[in-house]
Design a binder for this molecule. Structure first.
Ligand SMILES: *[C@@H]1O[C@H](CO)[C@@H](O)[C@H](O)[C@H]1NC(C)=O
Ligand SMILES: *[C@@H]1O[C@H](CO)[C@@H](O)[C@H](O)[C@H]1NC(C)=O
Ligand SMILES: *[C@@H]1O[C@H](CO)[C@@H](O)[C@H](O)[C@H]1NC(C)=O
Length: 447
């Protein structure tokens, strides 16, 4: 039965790619083509914003299709205004001027930012423009409340290594923690931490991830509550440590796990379907609040391939720690038609009035940052997610994703979208946002 669902899903994804003209897909052994070389974390291929933060080097046309990742920048980021935040559909990669990229609708409130989620949307994501390759990352924040509503503070790399704090809106006394390696979803690694001295909604707490090459800790209000050692994560099958080990962005998000279109396991985990008339909403939306994020950068690991100090790139599709190189290469795209391979593309098209002759995706519809869902029966097969924009209750056809930024999908996928490694063994299981999107696409077909 599940296999049938998967076959249908893949067919739907293929269908959407052609019929809706909104997306070339990539997958294991099937990287993005030359003209849309950059793979989003959902495996969708495009140019422009697809090649910036979150661009997956493993499924992209070439390793250099994705632009180099700006190196760690220490700081105390007080999120009092939107001055340091740029929407993904206007950001071309100049991390020297902007520290945060957004999708959805962040709102300024009382010297902090609210991540909002109104009905018909899929919430809000803030992602750092700089990457961290080991460091201590802390967020002072409150969470949202209510059935099906999930708040997340995570670290996520372009090859889908992931470190999570997640908060389900029906349990305001615990933080769920987990980690993932290259997008392989192993939910048995989760641990719930108790938040004392006031719940997660009414009281600002400080959540910290202290990430070193050999140990990883999760702390709340200065108390270390969970420690993971790299040495305890050896995976003989994969022949590597299942330990987060690649440069990662800081992500804060609020997302709708409890949409009726999501898989039952996801909805159950999040406490049920979202009530869009809830007393927990204000001004028409659910919200989580982020006051401040601090980033402390650790020195590159011993043995690192250091040829500069401005960016991280991958030298091999293994995507492990020893394939990361620190370079002086930095790329700011000239337009949303540019790529890492072709950064000047479209530079003069404004003055010449030239328009691209065909529809091409420039801003990924799917986005990560939701963190993984905490259910048991989940693993999203590669390429099963159709181009997004259809999730979130909004009934937009996925073609609109090409226009950029409006409908985006923020699912429970987090570490498992488009992961090559999860395709083969993961066939028996499927879930989360990709599934939701596929259902939506099937809905379109039915129309
Ligand atoms: C954490 O709590 C959730 C309920 O919110 C539960 O589903 C999950 O099994 C718990 N995880 C662990 C590791 O206890
Ligand atoms: C080891 O890695 C394989 C391949 O990535 C994965 O399928 C498996 O779940 C991992 N095993 C454990 C115990 O995490
Ligand atoms: C990469 O990880 C291995 C353990 O798998 C470790 O021995 C090595 O020092 C690490 N190299 C870098 C550059 O971090």
């Amino acid at each position: 039965m599940v296999r049938r669902a998967l076959a249908a899903a893949l067919a739907a994804a293929a269908f959407s790619a052609t019929a809706l003209a909104a997306g070339v897909k990539s997958g294991p052994g099937n990287p993005c083509p030359k003209d849309t070389p950059c793979a989003s974390q959902y495996g969708d291929c495009g140019v422009g914003a697809f090649c910036l933060g979150g661009c997956d080097p493993l499924f992209s046309h070439q390793l250099n299709s994705c632009v180099p990742n700006p190196t760690c920048k220490a700081g105390q980021y007080k999120l009092k205004t939107l001055d340091d935040v740029k929407s993904i559909d206007t950001y071309l990669g100049d991390a020297s001027t902007i520290n945060w990229q957004s999708q959805g609708k962040p709102v300024v409130y009382n010297d902090a930012l609210l991540l909002t989620m109104a009905e018909g949307t899929v919430g809000t994501l803030l992602a750092s423009t700089h990457y961290v390759w080991y460091g201590k990352i802390c967020a002072k924040m409150t969470t949202s409340q209510g059935k099906g509503v999930v708040t997340a503070f995570i670290m996520m790399s372009d090859v889908r290594d992931e470190i999570d704090f997640e908060f389900v809106g029906v349990d305001i006394n615990h933080a769920q923690t987990n980690y993932y390696s290259q997008g392989v979803t192993v939910y048995t690694h989760g641990e719930n931490l108790t938040v004392s001295n006031g719940n997660t909604v009414e009281k600002v707490h400080e959540y910290c991830i202290d990430w070193k090459p050999d140990t990883l800790t999760w702390a709340i209000d200065g108390n270390t509550m969970r420690t993971l050692k790299r040495s305890d994560t050896w995976n003989g099958t994969a022949n590597r440590f299942d330990y987060p080990q690649t440069p990662s962005r800081v992500m804060l998000s609020l997302w709708p796990a409890g949409l009726p279109s999501n898989e039952k396991g996801t909805i159950d985990w999040a406490g049920g379907q979202i009530d869009w008339n809830s007393a927990y909403m204000q001004n028409g939306y659910y919200y989580a609040m982020v006051q401040e994020v601090t980033v402390q950068c650790y020195d590159p690991p011993s043995g690192a391939n250091i040829q500069g100090d401005k960016s991280y790139i991958y030298t091999d599709k293994a995507g492990t720690n020893n394939t990361v190189k620190i370079t002086d290469d930095l790329i700011v795209l000239s337009s949303f038609y540019a790529t890492g391979e072709n950064p000047k593309e479209g530079a003069s098209s404004v003055s010449s009035g030239a328009k691209p002759t065909k529809s091409i995706d420039t801003v990924p519809g799917g986005l990560t940052g939701g963190g993984n869902r905490g259910g048991e029966e989940s693993s999203v097969p590669a390429g099963a997610s159709a181009t997004a924009a259809v999730s979130g209750g909004g009934a937009q056809p996925s073609a609109s994703a090409a226009a950029g930024g409006q409908g985006f999908n923020q699912g429970g996928g987090g570490g498992n979208q488009g992961a090559g490694s999860s395709l083969e063994p993961g066939l028996g299981k499927m879930s989360g946002s990709a599934f939701a999107v596929v259902l939506a696409v099937l809905g379109l077909i039915a129309l």
